[in-house]
Ligand binder design. Structure first.
Ligand code: BZD
Length: 831
């Protein structure tokens, strides 16, 4: 047992207390015993009277019990080992359900299944009972979740830090085809996976003023804050895949520093009495659902500073030994900044080092610059975070001063290097002329490395968004192409395919995904192709069962399953997909094509729109509207179906992706930083129809042109057309079918004759079309025709699908993490 807790030493004498804590025996009997113990002792119920929630909670606690010993051991080792660790700072972790993942990681799936069956409980019911923690918006949050899985699997000493939002991404429902947002009360029944540690709380302060003072002859600055909150950590176990490792994810929850004012309460003003508490708790109350247009909201800045300040304090005071020489900090830790959301950590670290630890500025800056690295996830200028000087000055006055000084010194260096080029100084200044702090610039100046998330994205980052920084410090820039964890997105999501692969290759591929290459030769084996095709068919039936039960949608066996699941965004171009569907529909209803000549297809959409993003919400409405017309028009003879299950999340993704035939990755070239859905589909044997954008480029290079449906303008072509003056109307004039499709939508055919409902969508495309949907339409339709032709030869299609699996092992997040280690972190695996 661990006898030191912090600086306190416990004088244990009992033999049990001296030994390391033991896990329960990994047998069916051992599991049953532990499960019943939890049911009785933790839930206070007998098996005979247990509810589904009781049994789920007891099961989760049991799985936890098996992991705890390893976890405690790893924490002890990390403290003793003194190896360099990664602190991954992310405002989002889109974890998905935990039970199945933790069973798999601990190798307990079979034992637990049998043990529960022996107690009369179906483990699938337990799996279905879990509410997923939706603590992220989309790709960025899911990437963080894949990364913590790979960090544990690769034994990288690391901690993930984030926010324990009480409400995650909203629950989406449709009313009359329109999106309605409902709060996601994922904690309503409590989470069995977390450990609250109020004794390890940190105080995080805000507002107030700064002052200088004489510190034994040295003039120093200090911050006199106006108010504070308590940051209470909740620890989550992150088990590596069957390697005995368990890492920590530490999510912070905000609480009031003082219990509410009892005197006010007694005087009868209850609301006033709890005001402080409510105010404090607001900070971690809800995840902002905007994923591309940061609104500059004060509460969001509070959230960012809250979790970053708590994390740095936690690392500096609880993880680092007390006598640690701060000059050595860069050999001990690297803080990876997941986008700009945690970038306020940079001035916070400076404040801690200079104001609290009394280092001189230059020494502190030298340390800070080596301790941070920054990952950028976007290229859209409107998605780059900026904070107004006014807001920063009000909320974090000392940090603003520090940012000004960082900027002044940086601009001096720019001047030294490039002379008095005033335009350049304005362009590169961290503080813009609009008096806003550009967080991406701050991260670039402060970080040791800056990486994009796919080759093309990293290149465009250097050439466009951060061009002048690249000129000045090219050595900072690098690429790490994203990846996904094959444990969740292959083994758990697609058990049948995983079994087929294991039968062919043996075990080991799940942690060495490049071994999928060995499947290439199996693509030539008719028996393997038949087996692969029947796995796909079974996955479609499984999806059918899920959707039938969930939303009453049916997936026909003989339909090509064409899937577009991702956040709703104009740059991702869900409208292009819609124009394809409307075109097919219009061909039939106008009599130009016989329904019987259509390749039967089911189109699946999954997408949430940011609540304030009016155009995105209108597109959701339009998808549902087109769906209800297309699905009910007898002239189509059931050959086209549009299925849009609400509330797309990780759990649904795990069912949809393995069933897909065709993966839609159709963003305008140069706009999707990477995409990670694209990787998940390819790894599950869907073929991609896509533009040369983000990681699609790398997918296509790996799978080969014959196994990928490429269409649309390349990024340089996009730039060229844009520079020449893009007039979308000309494209509508030039393509008869495009005009017909737009006219049909504009005519009210999908809105009971009401022309106004979708007029904004049509006129936006006709007269603005920032993302050049119309320019790529013709090429897209032609590519879809190649899809139909290819699907007609089902066996050849299956061969392509197998080659997609075989050639995309590169996209394991294990490889991404190795790239981070080699190119950025330079850490060693834990002992
Ligand atoms: O990050 C996404 C990009 O759009 C994808 O191309 C990329 O694959 C993933 C992972 O690198 N970005 C996001 O998901 N961004 C957000 O979710 C987000 C959230 C809050 C504020 C701003 C952006």
């Amino acid at each position: 047992n661990d006898k030191t807790s912090g600086s306190r030493t416990i004088a244990a004498t009992h033999p049990l207390a001296l030994a390391p804590v033991a896990s329960p025996p990994a047998t069916v009997d051992g599991f049953v015993r532990e499960f019943l113990l939890n049911l009785n002792m933790e839930r206070g119920v007998a098996l005979s009277s247990a509810t589904e929630t009781d049994t789920y909670m007891a099961l989760a606690a049991t799985v936890r019990d098996y992991l705890v010993a390893r976890w405690l051991e790893d924490q002890r080792r990390q403290r003793e080992d003194q190896r360099k660790a990664v602190c991954y700072l992310s405002a989002e972790y889109l974890l998905g359900r935990q039970l199945d993942n933790n069973l798999l990681a601990s190798g307990l799936t079979e034992i637990a299944t049998e043990a529960l069956a022996a107690c009369g409980i179906d483990i699938d019911t337990m799996r279905a009972h879990e509410v997923e923690p939706g603590l992220g918006n989309g790709g960025l949050g899911r990437l963080a979740a894949c990364f913590v899985d790979s960090l544990a699997t690769l034994s990288v000493p690391s901690i993930g830090y984030g926010i324990r939002y009480e409400y995650g991404i909203f629950r989406q429902v449709f009313r009359g085809g329109e999106q309605i947002e409902k709060p996601d009360a994922w904690l309503a029944l409590g989470s069995p996976w977390e450990f609250r540690h109020p004794e390890s709380a940190q105080t995080v302060s805000f507002a107030g003023h700064t002052e200088t003072y004489d510190d034994d002859g040295v003039i120093r600055s200090r911050w006199v804050p106006a108010w504070s909150v308590r940051a209470v950590p909740y620890n989550y176990m992150v088990p590596g895949y069957q390697n005995g490792r368990v890492n920590t994810l530490r999510l912070w929850s905000a609480e009031a520093t003082k219990a509410f004012d009892l005197r006010t309460f007694n005087s009868g003003d209850y609301v006033e009495a709890v005001r402080a508490q409510t105010f404090a708790e607001n900070i971690s109350k809800v995840l902002y659902p905007e994923d591309s247009t940061p609104q500059g909201k004060e509460l969001r800045l509070q959230q960012q500073y809250f979790f970053v300040a708590a994390s740095i304090a936690d690392y500096m005071t609880k993880v680092l030994p007390e006598d640690f020489d701060l000059e050595d900090l860069p050999e001990r830790v690297i803080f990876q900044l997941n986008d700009t959301h945690p970038v306020i950590a940079v001035p916070e670290m400076m404040r801690v080092l200079v104001d609290e630890r009394k280092l001189d500025w230059d020494a502190a800056w030298a340390i800070t610059q080596k301790c941070f690295a920054y990952t950028c996830h976007t290229l859209l200028p409107e998605a780059l975070e900026v904070w107004s000087v006014d807001l920063l000055g009000r909320l974090l006055p000392r940090h603003l001063e520090i940012i000004y000084r960082i900027n002044d010194e940086f601009l001096l260096r720019v001047r030294e290097r490039f002379g008095d080029d005033e335009q350049r100084l304005r362009d590169m200044s961290i503080v813009s002329e609009q008096r806003a702090v550009r967080m991406a610039y701050l991260a670039t100046v402060a970080g040791s490395k800056v990486n994009g998330v796919a080759e093309l994205h990293s290149q465009l980052l250097r050439e466009r968004v951060l061009h002048q920084f690249d000129e000045m410090m090219p050595e900072k820039f690098t690429n790490v192409t994203n990846g996904v964890t094959p444990r969740r997105f292959m083994r758990l999501a697609n058990p049948d395919l995983s079994e087929l692969i294991t039968a062919a290759l043996g075990t080991g591929w799940l942690t060495d995904l490049e071994r999928l290459r060995e499947l290439e030769s199996y693509a030539e084996d008719p028996d393997f192709r038949a087996a692969f095709a029947s796995v796909k068919a079974a996955n479609k039936r499984r999806l059918n069962d899920v959707l039938m039960k969930r939303d009453g949608f049916e997936i026909a066996d003989d339909h090509l399953l064409d899937v577009m699941v991702k956040r709703l965004h104009e740059y991702k171009r869900q409208t292009l997909k819609l124009l394809h569907i409307v075109t097919l529909y219009e061909r039939v209803v106008s009599g130009r094509v016989a329904a019987s000549d259509l390749q039967p297809r089911t189109f699946i959409f999954g997408a949430k729109a940011a609540p304030g993003y009016a155009m995105a919400k209108r597109v959701i409405h339009l998808i549902n509207a087109v769906g209800s017309v297309v699905n009910n028009d007898p002239r189509l003879e059931g050959r086209l179906k549009v299925v849009f299950p609400p509330n797309y999340n990780v759990t649904l993704a795990e069912r949809v992706i393995p069933a897909a035939d065709l993966s839609e990755q159709i963003s305008l070239a140069g706009k999707e930083a990477s995409g990670t859905g694209n990787m998940k589909f390819a790894l599950n044997g869907a073929l991609t129809i896509g533009t040369d954008d983000g990681a699609n480029v790398e997918i296509r290079e790996l799978v080969g042109d014959d196994n990928f449906f490429l269409f649309g303008m390349s990024e340089p072509e996009v730039e060229e057309l844009w520079a020449a003056g893009y007039r979308p109307g000309e494209f509508a004039q030039a393509d008869d079918e495009l005009r017909r499709a737009l006219d049909l939508i504009g005519s009210g055919a999908f809105s009971d004759g009401d022309r106004s409902t979708f007029e904004p969508v049509v006129s936006n495309l006709m007269y603005d079309d920032r993302f050049m949907v119309l320019a790529d339409y013709t090429s897209y339709i032609a590519a879809q025709e190649r899809v139909d032709a290819a699907y007609a030869d089902r066996d050849a299609w299956t061969r392509s699908a197998i080659l997609n699996v075989a050639r995309t092992g590169f996209f394991s997040s294990d490889r991404s993490i190795r790239d981070y280690i080699d190119r950025i972190w330079h850490t060693q695996p834990a002992r």
